[in-house]
Design a protein around this ligand. Structure first.
Ligand code: SAM
Length: 372
């Protein structure tokens, strides 16, 4: 048993089974033993994200953000909030590129890297020190209370927010709690812990089939609601793997989408080694749209990462891939890395980009140009 497993087992023995959302939150974010509370030393052993593939990912995003700034009539201050910014790798790519390619945009840029883990916030501050010293960067534990004009974006944050697990049993929605038996964590099926779960499925017109398991991402609904409240004018851009509800809860997903990641292997052993493996669930983009709309966010579009990056890179034939003085071998390697990001069998079709907007004239953003 890991130290966190001992703590969780003790809590369950004393107070009874806990929701999977509570279990997942502790596994990922317990201040001492949570997977994301540790420094990043073991990260590449378990997973990597688009950010780690090549800086072109951040450079094309910078192009999209600078266009958003133009669409908002070039305000003197543009707040760019990155939620779940990790160690600030993407922040550095975006800030470096904006500084060199779009100086007027960089001049207006106030980049806020929001990260729940103190260790990662510290790493981000070190990495972006030059931009912080110039007044363009800060790391924060919280989304700013007001975002007067700007964009809030995230890459692989929403899939790391805690979910409840449910199952349709004898025609009724039941919840899968985490209990303990013979010293091991086990599923415990019982009545729903909150009526918000019923509302979650009803609001999206979803009814599960008999025996179907699924996740209810209530934390993601709360998150987008809060984002919608705080942003006054601008955009929300969410990159993650997932689907709209019609696909997420279809026949192909009878066991839900929850996965545990360790050593680049995905398993359904959610209860193994709490705090030492990643837990994720596919993002329900319909829920982000529905709850976003309630908070004033209109959907501008949902496209695959392939379509998004192709639309932004096509203009200059992906010249942003290359750095000065690179050899032909380095340039060839960069082209291969780009393929990982955009090819359907790589990250391209698995990842989706949702853009929502508030208080902006409906403008056609380049990243969404692939929408028919
Ligand atoms: C899968 S990692 C992705 C990191 C980075 N965005 C990337 O693409 O490499 C998710 C990150 O989100 C952070 N996180 C999760 N929930 C958060 C929240 N509510 N506010 C801020 N950060 C959060 C985690 O600590 C973790 O660093």
């Amino acid at each position: 048993m890991t130290p966190l497993a001992e703590l969780l087992a003790d809590r369950i023995r004393r107070y009874g089974p806990i929701t999977f959302a509570d279990f997942m939150r502790e596994c990922l974010y317990h201040p001492v033993h949570g997977y994301y509370s540790m420094t990043e030393s073991t990260r590449f052993a378990d997973y990597y994200t688009s950010v780690d593939v090549h800086p072109i990912f951040g450079r094309l995003l910078a192009r999209q953000f600078s266009e958003m700034w133009e669409c908002l009539d070039r305000p003197p201050e543009f707040t760019l909030v990155e939620a779940g910014a990790g160690v600030g790798r993407l922040a550095a790519h975006i800030l470096d590129f904006s500084e060199s390619k779009f100086p007027p945009f960089y001049g207006a840029l106030r980049y806020v890297a929001v990260e729940r883990s103190a260790a990662r916030r510290e790493q981000a501050s070190v990495r972006a020190k030059r931009h912080a010293d110039a007044g363009h960067f800060e790391a924060s534990i919280e989304i700013p209370p007001r975002i007067p004009m700007g964009c809030l974006f995230s890459n692989e944050l929403a899939d790391a927010l805690a979910v409840h697990r449910v199952v349709m049993k004898d025609g009724a929605l039941r919840e899968i709690f985490v209990g303990i038996s013979d010293g091991r964590f086990v599923d415990n099926v019982a009545g729903l812990s909150t009526c918000a779960i019923t509302e979650y499925f009803a609001a999206q017109g979803v009814s599960l089939q008999e025996g179907q398991q699924a996740e209810a991402g209530l934390e993601a609904c709360d998150w987008i609601t809060e984002v919608g409240r705080r942003i006054e004018r601008g955009y929300v851009l969410t990159i993650d793997y997932g689907h709209r509800a019609a696909e997420l809860f279809d026949d192909h997903h009878m066991r839900g989408t929850l996965l545990a990641y360790r050593d680049h292997r995905a398993t359904e052993n959610y209860y193994d080694s709490p705090g030492e493996q990643d837990l994720t669930a596919h993002v329900n983009f319909s829920a982000l749209e529905t709850w976003g709309k309630r908070a004033g966010l209109e959907t501008a579009g949902l496209v695959s990462q392939t379509a998004f990056l192709l639309a932004l890179g096509r203009g200059n034939e992906f010249a942003d891939l290359y750095g000065e003085g690179q050899t032909e071998v380095e340039r060839a390697r960069a082209r291969l890395q780009l393929k990982t990001l955009i090819y359907p069998e790589g990250m391209g079709e698995r990842f989706q980009v949702l853009i929502q907007q508030k208080g902006t004239a409906t403008s056609q953003l380049t990243g969404l140009a692939g929408i028919s």
